[in-house]
Design a protein around this ligand. Structure first.
Ligand SMILES: NC(=O)C1=CN([C@@H]2O[C@H](COP(=O)(O)OP(=O)(O)OC[C@H]3O[C@@H](n4cnc5c(N)ncnc54)[C@H](OP(=O)(O)O)[C@@H]3O)[C@@H](O)[C@H]2O)C=CC1
Ligand SMILES: CC(=O)[C@@H](O)[C@H](O)COP(=O)(O)O
Ligand SMILES: [Mn+2]
Length: 381
């Protein structure tokens, strides 16, 4: 039996994680849950899964949550300290990081220091502090098991193979809802257009990232740290069907791919059951129904966030954290209709230009630069 803590249990990945757990009552037990503000759903989850610890991220909702679940035998906490309490809960073996954004970084670091294996959906953690997080995972002997579909695919393709045998990681990207459009066609698009992902049903922030191709940029950085591969050996190819979730080209020229329907339950299940594979009743891929798997080059001019992410990763140090924080704020502003879609890369670039790089940052410096970048975004409005 594996005891599971989930940070971000009410979101897209969080709720799908609970669906997977439902399928394996003899394998998994939910011991701690955390969400941001959705006390309604969190309370329902607490009543159903009976965790021993529940946290609401937004501190002023503590009493609301307490009122809703006060009759249950579970401790209630709130705020950033509460998130760390969930991440380090003594009974948990695995922490699923399904919170959005760099908010996931500190709880993940603390979970690793407490010896928890991490089922990592929160890619922003590795973008902001991949060097520190991977070194800590090594030091504490914990596994970082990828949930992100591309990284799960690569993990499965590698199947334990030494990363010195990798020639290239080939990340697939759907291209998002605006694939094939030019910049002038993107001038007037709004959040409702950007939130229409062609293949995946996900939270708002990652869906906008998919539309700008920043998601793929973040994933390139995530892959660099997870698999210890140089940036020059990571390629991105547009694959509009999202059936091949990514590929690995080995030194002998052989390319191994992982395929499946666009459904996050499979990578979530693999991260939770690893190193085992377990049968399930998920819908199966039927290739003759799909008929065509196609590939094209990304349009790096129109979707400049991809190269912005490569540039930030090449700079290294605090730059990826700054890029990530600026992107988080820009996406939030776009979702509130305060800026235009094409402002997103411009804002990120301006913040990056103003940043004074720290080459080998401590975690505290990364957090300071993250906060600085967020404030800087607002000076640009
Ligand atoms: N969705 C997907 O298919 C995929 C997602 N990912 C990654 O997984 C992560 C989660 O994405 P997704 O599930 O789509 O996002 P959602 O927006 O659907 O969910 C985010 C979760 O984080 C919680 N949360 C927000 N703020 C706080 C806070 N201050 N304290 C505690 N919890 C908080 C939310 O709670 P509340 O509901 O209360 O606001 C919610 O449970 C992201 O990093 C994303 O990039 C990676 C691959 C695929
Ligand atoms: C499901 C998942 O892993 C997402 O990160 C997905 O890959 C987004 O699709 P894009 O390929 O459009 O970024
Ligand atoms: Mn992905």
């Amino acid at each position: 039996m594996k005891n599971i803590a989930i940070i971000g249990s009410t979101g897209s990945i969080g709720t799908q994680t609970l669906e997977v757990i439902d399928l394996f009552p003899d394998h998994f037990n939910v011991v701690a849950l955390a969400a941001g503000s959705n006390t309604e759903l969190l309370a329902e989850q607490a009543a159903r899964y009976r965790p021993q610890l529940v946290c609401i991220g937004q501190k002023d909702l503590y009493h609301d949550l307490k009122e809703k679940i006060g009759h249950l035998e579970c401790k209630v906490t709130a705020g950033p300290e509460g998130l760390v309490e969930v991440a380090t809960f003594s009974k948990a073996d695995v922490v699923v990081t399904s919170i959005t954004g760099a908010l996931g970084l500190v709880p993940t670091v603390e979970a690793i220091k407490s010896g928890k294996n991490i089922a990592l959906a929160n890619k922003e953690t590795l973008v902001a502090a991949g060097d520190i997080v991977m070194a800590l995972a090594h030091e504490y002997g914990v596994k970082i098991l990828p949930v992100d579909s591309e990284h799960s695919a690569i993990f499965q393709c590698l199947n334990g193979e030494d990363n010195r045998r990798i020639r290239k990681l080939i990340l697939t990207a759907s291209g998002g809802p605006f694939r094939g459009k030019n910049r002038s066609q993107l001038v007037h698009i709004g959040p409702e257009d950007a939130l229409r992902h062609p293949n995946w049903c996900m939270g708002a922030k990652i869906t906008v990232d998919s539309a700008t191709l920043m998601n793929k940029g973040l994933e390139v950085i995530e892959a660099k740290w997870l698999f210890g591969v140089d940036l020059s050996n990571i390629d991105v190819v547009i694959h509009p069907q999202s059936v091949i979730h990514s590929m690995v080209e080995f030194v002998d020229g052989s390319i191994i791919a992982q395929l499946g329907l666009p459904d996050m339950k499979l990578p979530i299940q693999y991260a939770l059951t690893y190193p085992q594979r377990e049968p399930n009743n998920f819908p199966r891929l039927n290739l003759s129904q799909i008929r065509n798997l196609t590939f094209e080059e990304p349009d790096r001019q129109t979707f400049s966030c991809l190269d912005i992410a490569f540039a930030a990763a090449r700079k290294g140090g605090t730059m990826p954290a700054v890029m990530n924080a600026a992107n988080e704020e820009a996406v939030a502003l776009f979702l509130k209709k305060k800026i235009k879609f094409l402002d997103i890369p411009n804002i990120i670039l301006k913040v990056m230009e103003r940043h004074r790089l720290i080459e080998k940052p401590q975690l505290s410096q990364i957090l300071e630069c993250d906060a600085w970048a967020r404030q800087e975004v607002y000076t640009l409005l």
